[in-house]
Design a protein around this ligand. Structure first.
Ligand code: GDG
Length: 732
């Protein structure tokens, strides 16, 4: 039976050892609390590091294993060296700062990269002991970016999902990584890649396009051999757990205790791991400014600052701790009185009950990260409010800002804005507080962490189904045997072959597009081993086709069906075509050439083509969409069609296409074998024109009306060679 295997850097429980005895504690962090119960309900297992170097657990592995097994957890034991170089090292000194746009904190060290690769391989090895190809494997976060690819290599048929909990940075930042291609390839081993927000999706897709050349269609990337879906899944929280917390006696007591401690003052709450991305120093500066500018609030508010110790062995974190201490000391020194400290500083991890007591009591939550994948504290605060009173001040740099528009939004780098927001929050009327809170809360209730996980897994299943449908259409196995049998027995075969993207991959430079000797030899052999008729059906001009294939015994179709040529005959126009429309279309295209560096207009005899292969890809795509929009109305009236090819937009008369051109040959005789191969949507007309028994083959894995699919031009070349071979054998 298939099972769910969650793999994350950490387990949902952490092991500690005191006086030789092991103890398990729930791990902090959104993932652990959120999915902690979900995976068990699903009868899944969770793999990850138990939080202590393996040297400290020597001799106790058996006990660790069995205690964890009771919780359906499987440990991945990391040595001290691995913790140092993989976890504190590449993960937290390279990926974490870079992905949060802290380039100045990023270490680029090949030694750490090697440790990262090795650790990912180590997780892979551990995973292979637990997971099979039938299982659903869900990998989490930036520590394991290479793992999807590594598992895919060993379990090609496994269902693999990946979710990134931190931001995916813009290409301009991501490109700085010396190991960027390997990281992208690693991630693309997954079937589904999830991010918190659409911005991160956009950034990721842009990097795949620029670094690996993979385009996408609505987030569906076609890699060399598979389809990978990229989508947005904003993580939710365990809503009811927070919503109901106020009913717990410990929480009620906690609220009373805290009330006594801060008296009649209003509480402003700040909760984070002590991390430079969370903007704690900037927040303190803003609070300082607030007290300076609004003296009436002195002794009327208390900022409760909870900072959970984190990555205490990394230099920047040690430095940050020092600075936070100094800032707090300065502010408390400057404004504090005998009976009042402006900031109550708690540098430790609090029990859930204390944390939720604070959420309940706080009038304002000040959540101002400089960059944050999502930020769960913002969500938890709102969920805890039974009476819907309390105001959230939220950084626009947190992923949560995309969903929590009712919060007071701030730029965390602007102390004046944050200070003003604090004032607005403290003075907001109850009606408005309720209204804002309620709307956010309803969304949090509906889209909680279970729903988040459920939707991710559902999407993963659906992408697998699409892949399977594509797989089933691949020309291989029995279908391929039939194909070759039929072909070898045929006496009169008709083969339509597109060129660019079908017989050869798309070339990034025009001078690389020419057929090489091997392609020509294949065509020559194919044409001469039998009574075959080969028709090259291309969008290229007559001149180019003549120049490239003139000496071969093949027929040709140029400009997507405008010109036809049978061997030893001159080119013929498919039918008389008008040219006057070009005067209307060309100026529009030229406007878009001026606006898009690298774009150009090519005039073919009966069509106009706007190329943007050499433009900056994002801009090119954007402009292509705009151009298409601009052309749509006009082309309809002029009876023209717009073809969208690979980085081209072509306009040509509607009554001409590759399918119509093909009918010339189809009607010429009784063929006992017909095949049509093409890769883009101009070839769909060709497929449509084929009789039912014909083999229509789409190159690439996207949806098509063709009967079969093939992965790539290399496979097509292989198929053609095989056809030559079986034909020769049939004569022997
Ligand atoms: C990463 C991404 C993304 C905090 N202090 C205490 C405590 N916590 C809990 C909170 C919350 C979690 O830790 C922190 O989650 P965040 O989302 O705020 O931040 P990261 O740890 O950086 O998490 C982040 C998240 O992954 C999920 O995808 O949102 O952007 O960086 O749940 O409640 N819990 C307890 N005591 C504390 O003192 N018990």
């Amino acid at each position: 039976m298939s099972k769910l295997v969650i793999i994350a850097n950490r387990l949902p429980v952490t092991i500690t050892k005191r006086e030789g005895k092991l103890a398990l504690h729930p791990s902090t962090g959104g993932l652990a609390t959120g999915l902690g119960s979900f995976y068990r309900e699903k009868k899944g297992v969770w793999m990850g590091w138990p939080g202590m170097p393996s040297q400290n657990l020597r001799g106790m592995e058996g006990e660790v294993n069995s205690r964890l097994e009771e919780l359906d957890c499987r440990p991945v034991f990391l040595t001290r060296h691995q913790v140092e170089n993989f976890y504190h090292g590449f993960s937290n000194k390279t990926l974490w700062p870079l992905f949060h746009y802290f380039v100045q904190y990023t270490t680029f060290d090949n030694r750490l990269w090697e440790a990262y690769k090795k650790a990912n391989r180590y997780y892979c090895k551990a995973a292979l002991k637990v997971a099979t190809e039938e299982d659903t494997i869900w990998i989490h976060d930036y520590q394991l970016l290479l793992l999807p690819g590594m598992i895919r290599e060993k379990l090609p048929k496994a269902t693999i999902g990946f979710f990134l909990h931190i931001p995916f940075p813009s290409f301009e930042i991501f490109r700085l990584l010396p190991w960027r291609e390997e990281i992208m390839e690693g991630l693309l081993g997954a079937d589904l890649i999830g991010f918190h927000t659409y911005d991160y999706v956009r950034h990721f897709l842009s990097s795949t396009r620029r670094l690996l050349g993979y385009d996408h269609n609505l987030g569906l990337i076609t890699t060399k051999d598979r389809m990978v879906k990229v989508d947005t899944f904003p993580i939710g929280i365990d809503f009811l757990r927070f919503f109901r917390a106020a009913e717990l006696p410990e929480v009620k007591n906690g609220i009373q205790r805290m009330k006594r401690r801060i008296g009649n003052r209003k509480m402003i709450l700040s909760v984070d791991r002590l991390d430079y991305t969370k903007g704690i120093l900037q927040r303190l500066d803003a609070f300082d400014l607030f007290l300076e500018k609004h003296p009436q609030y002195r002794d009327k508010v208390t900022l409760v600052l909870v900072a959970v110790p984190s990555r205490t062995k990394v230099d920047q974190y040690m430095q940050l701790k020092k600075e936070v201490d100094e800032h707090i000391g300065r502010i408390n020194g400057r404004y504090g009185t005998l009976g009042w400290s402006p900031i109550l500083y708690l540098y430790r991890s609090l029990p859930f009950t204390t944390l939720t007591a604070l959420y309940n009591l706080a009038q304002v939550a000040l959540v101002t990260p400089l960059r944050d994948g999502m930020n769960l504290v913002a969500k938890e605060y709102v969920a805890c409010k039974r009476d819907n009173l309390g105001v959230l001040v939220l950084s626009e740099m947190a992923g949560a800002a995309r969903e929590m528009g009712e919060a007071i939004m701030v730029n965390p780098y602007n102390p004046k804005e944050v200070s003003n927001a604090l004032k607005t929050a403290l003075e907001m009327g109850e009606e408005e507080q309720r209204e804002r809170s309620l709307r956010m809360k309803e969304r949090l209730r509906r889209y909680d962490v279970r729903r988040w996980a459920g939707e991710f897994l559902e999407k993963l299943t659906s992408i697998r189904e699409i892949q399977e449908r594509m797989e089933a259409k691949k020309l291989r196995g029995i279908a391929l045997r039939h194909f070759l049998d039929e072909y070898s027995q045929s006496h009169k075969a008709l083969l339509f072959l597109d060129y660019d993207g079908t017989l050869v991959p798309f070339a990034d430079r025009p001078d690389k597009a020419q057929p090489d000797r091997e392609i020509k030899a294949i065509l020559q052999d194919l044409a001469t081993t039998s009574q075959n008729r080969i028709v090259l059906v291309s969008g290229r001009t007559r001149e180019t086709l003549d120049q490239w294939f003139g000496g071969l015994p093949v027929d040709m179709v140029a400009e997507h069906g405008v010109w036809l040529k049978e061997q030893n005959s001159p080119w013929e126009l498919i039918e008389p075509l008008k040219q006057d429309w070009k005067g209307v279309i060309r100026p529009i295209m030229e406007v878009y050439v001026d606006r898009t560096p690298g774009a150009l207009v090519e005039e073919k005899e009966f069509s106009l083509v706007w190329h943007y292969r050499r433009s900056e890809p994002e801009l090119g795509h954007q402009r292509a969409r705009e151009l298409k929009d601009a052309l749509l109305n006009i082309t309809e009236n002029l009876n023209l069609s717009i073809l969208e090819g690979s980085r081209v937009i072509e306009v040509k008369p509607s009554n001409v296409n590759k399918g119509m051109a093909a009918t010339r040959w189809l009607s010429q005789g009784s063929w006992d074998f017909i095949m049509a191969v093409g890769d883009d949507w101009t070839d769909e007309d060709l497929f449509d024109a084929m009789p039912p028994q014909a083999y229509s083959i789409k190159v690439g894995l996207s949806i098509s009306r063709a009967r079969f699919n093939m992965d790539s031009p290399y496979r097509v070349q292989g198929l053609l060679k095989e056809m030559v071979k079986v034909k020769r054998e049939s004569y022997e």
